[in-house]
Write a protein that binds this ligand. Structure first.
Ligand code: C6P
Length: 416
C-alpha cells in the first residue's frame, strides 16, 4: 500500500506509522486499515515503553512510601499531571483530576457538583447529539434532584442554533453540558460561544472533549469552560485513565465521590475532613501506570504538533467525504464541509445494515465501527437504528481512505 511520506500539514505519516507497532499487523491476511479511532486510538511505542518502564523499574504506590521507588513513581505521576495541564493550558496542575475516563469524569461532576448545586425545578441544557456518557448521568441527577433536562435546538447535522440557545436561559438554569465534537456526526460545536453565552447568565459549562482533545488544540482558559472531560485511550494513551479538568473554584466546591485513602486530611470515628486538590477527588490508589502512559501520549502529540494533527485529518476528511459521496447510494451524515467537522464519518450504504457493512470491511482488514455509537437519541433524530462509522487519526493515510471507499463500493455492489 502506498503511504504518503508527508502531507501539506507537514506531518510525516510514514515516520509516524513506524512508531505504532500494531499498524504493521495483518488482519484476515490483509494489512490492517485502522479506522476506528473514535472508539479508541492505537498506542505509539513511547507510550508502551513508558508503561513497561514503570512496571519493570519503579513500580510502587504513590504518595505513601518513603522509599526510592515510591518517590520516583510519585514524581512521574505528578509530572504526568503537569504535562496534561500544560497540554490543555490549565492554570494549575491541581485543576487536572485523573479519572478512569470521560464517563467517570462526567459522573464525578454530576454527583460531586450536581448534587450540591442542582435542585427541584432546576434545568440542565444539553444537546440531542450527546454520547450517553454526557446524557445518562444528567438524567440520573435530574431524577435524584427533581430537575429537568432541556435540549438545545440543532439541525440533523449537529449545528446548534445559538440564537435559540441564548433564549433558553432562565433563573433555574444551572448547567450547560455539551460535546465539543460529536462522536457520530463529527460536528465541532462552537464551544467558545456556548461558554460565553452561558457565562453572561452566570451558568457554568461542562465540555465533553472526548472526541476533540485528541484531534484539535484545546486551550481550556481561552475557551473559559468550567469543566472539561476527556479520555486517555482516545489520544494515544492507555485505557483506564482520563481527566476531569475543572476551574479551581468549581473543584473546590465539589464533594468527593470516592471516600477512602489519599483523599482525607483527618479521619475520626464519625466524620472526616478532606485534603486539598487534586487529591480530594482522587480517593484510593489511582491508575499510576495509566497516568504515566498518558503523560507520554501527550508528549508524543506535542512533538508532532496538534495543529499538524488537525490539518492532516482535515485533508483526509475532505478526501474521504469526496470519495464516499461518489459511491452511488451512500449517505454520509454530519456537516458536508470538512472545515465544520472532525474526522468522524458516519454513513449508510444503500439499504445494507451497518453491521453487514462493518463485517464486509473487516474481511478486507478495514476496522470501522457499526452501531448506535452510544448515541441513541441522535440515531432517532437521524431516523436510523445504527450507522457505519470510519474515524481518522494522525497515522491514517490517503491510501487507507482509498481502501475504505473501495470497500464501501464493493459492499454496495455485493448487496445490490
Ligand atoms: N465514545 C465511541 O466509539 P469513555 O468510554 O469514558 O472513554 O468515553 C465516553 C465518551 C464520552 N463522550 C464522547 C463524545 C465519546 O465519544 C465517548 C466514547 C466511543 O464513540 C465509545 S462508545
Amino acid at each position: 500500500m502506498a503511504v504518503p511520506i508527508s502531507t501539506a500539514a507537514g506531518l510525516d505519516a510514514a515516520a509516524i506509522r513506524a512508531d505504532f507497532p500494531v499498524l504493521a499487523e495483518q488482519v484476515h491476511g490483509r494489512p490492517l486499515v485502522y479506522l476506528d479511532n473514535a472508539a479508541t486510538s492505537q498506542k505509539p511505542r513511547a507510550v508502551i515503553d513508558a508503561l513497561q518502564t514503570y512496571y519493570e523499574t519503579y513500580n510502587a504506590n504513590i504518595h505513601r512510601g518513603l522509599h526510592a521507588l515510591s518517590e520516583r513513581a510519585t514524581a512521574e505521576y505528578e509530572d504526568a499531571r503537569a504535562r496534561v495541564a500544560r497540554f490543555i493550558n490549565a492554570a494549575h496542575s491541581h485543576e487536572v483530576i485523573f479519572t478512569r475516563g470521560t464517563t467517570e469524569a462526567i459522573n464525578l461532576v454530576a454527583r460531586g457538583w450536581g448534587d450540591e448545586h442542582v435542585g427541584e425545578g432546576d434545568e440542565i441544557l444539553l444537546t440531542e447529539m450527546e454520547h450517553h456518557s454526557n446524557l445518562v448521568p444528567w438524567q440520573m441527577l435530574a431524577q435524584r434532584r427533581g430537575a429537568s433536562l432541556r435540549y438545545i435546538p440543532m439541525d440533523a447535522e449537529g449545528r446548534i442554533d445559538l440564537e435559540a440557545y441564548a433564549r433558553m436561559f432562565g433563573p433555574q438554569t444551572r448547567l450547560v453540558t455539551v460535546t465539543q465534537m460529536s462522536n457520530v456526526l463529527g460536528t465541532i460545536t462552537p464551544a467558545a460561544e456556548i461558554v460565553q453565552i452561558a457565562h453572561v447568565h452566570g451558568v457554568p459549562v461542562l465540555l465533553d472533549a472526548a472526541q476533540s482533545i485528541p484531534h484539535v488544540p484545546v486551550n481550556v482558559q481561552e475557551l473559559g469552560a468550567d469543566f472539561v472531560a476527556f479520555s486517555g485511550h482516545k489520544m494515544l494513551g492507555p485505557t483506564g485513565i482520563g481527566v476531569l479538568y475543572g476551574r479551581e473554584s468549581f473543584l473546590d466546591a465539589m464533594e468527593p465521590l470516592f471516600g477512602g485513602g489519599s483523599m482525607i486530611r483527618v479521619v475520626q470515628l464519625h466524620q472526616s475532613s478532606w485534603t486539598e486538590l487534586p487529591y480530594k477527588l482522587e480517593g484510593g490508589t489511582p491508575n499510576i501506570a495509566g497516568a504515566i502512559g498518558l503523560g507520554a501520549a501527550v508528549d508524543y502529540l506535542q512533538a508532532v504538533g496538534m495543529p499538524n494533527v488537525t490539518a492532516h485529518e482535515l485533508e483526509l476528511t475532505e478526501y474521504a467525504l469526496a470519495l464516499l459521496s461518489d459511491v452511488d447510494g451512500v449517505r454520509v451524515f454530519g456537516p458536508p464541509d470538512a472545515t465544520d467537522r472532525g474526522g468522524v464519518i458516519s454513513f449508510y450504504v444503500g439499504d445494507v445494515h451497518p453491521h453487514d457493512v462493518g463485517t464486509l470491511l473487516d474481511a478486507e482488514g478495514i476496522a470501522v465501527r457499526a452501531g448506535h455509537h452510544c448515541a441513541q437519541p441522535l440515531m432517532r433524530k437521524l431516523g436510523v437504528a445504527a450507522t457505519a462509522r470510519a474515524s481518522l487519526y494522525l497515522y491514517n493515510t490517503a491510501a487507507e481512505v482509498d481502501c475504505l471507499a473501495a470497500g464501501v463500493a464493493r459492499a454496495m455492489a455485493f448487496f445490490a
